[in-house]
Design a protein. Structure first.
Length: 136
């Protein structure tokens, strides 16, 4: 009986050591995933997160607001994400759009001519009306 009683405290001590080592291992994993704040210059977090989310390793977290991303992941995965962010967060190209006054495309379809002829007809109608309305 004494052997059984001595075995129980040993098992209890072994269990405590095993739980402590598991806890330390898990805390080491959490420590490896530090929180990083990444500033965006040209894109908002809402634009970038859907593209980066598939690249995030399991257990990692990616959120953001306005022009800031909050990333909790391993250092290797963070470097991959930063490379992708460098590609995505670029200055947008500015395009100058101005309306065309006349295009050959309109002439080929006949639409441009119809508009021009309609405009000419309305001018002629106005001229005819004004001649009719002039006092003699």
């Amino acid at each position: 009986m004494k052997r059984l009683r001595g075995a129980i405290p040993f098992a209890s001590t072994f269990l405590r050591i095993a739980l402590l080592s598991i806890a330390l291992t898990c805390s080491g994993l959490v420590m490896a995933q530090s929180l990083e704040v990444v500033q965006l210059k040209f894109r908002t977090a809402n634009e970038v997160i859907p593209v980066l989310q598939p690249m995030l390793e399991s257990g990692g977290v990616l959120t953001g607001q306005d022009y800031q991303l909050f990333v909790r992941t391993s250092s290797q995965n963070l470097q991959q994400l930063k490379q992708a962010i460098a590609q995505l967060d670029r200055e947008p190209r500015n395009l100058l759009v101005s309306p065309a006054r006349h295009s050959q495309r309109n002439d080929k379809t006949g639409r441009g001519r119809e508009r021009a002829s309609a405009s000419s007809k309305s001018k002629r109608n106005l001229a005819n009306r004004s001649q009719c309305e002039r006092p003699s």
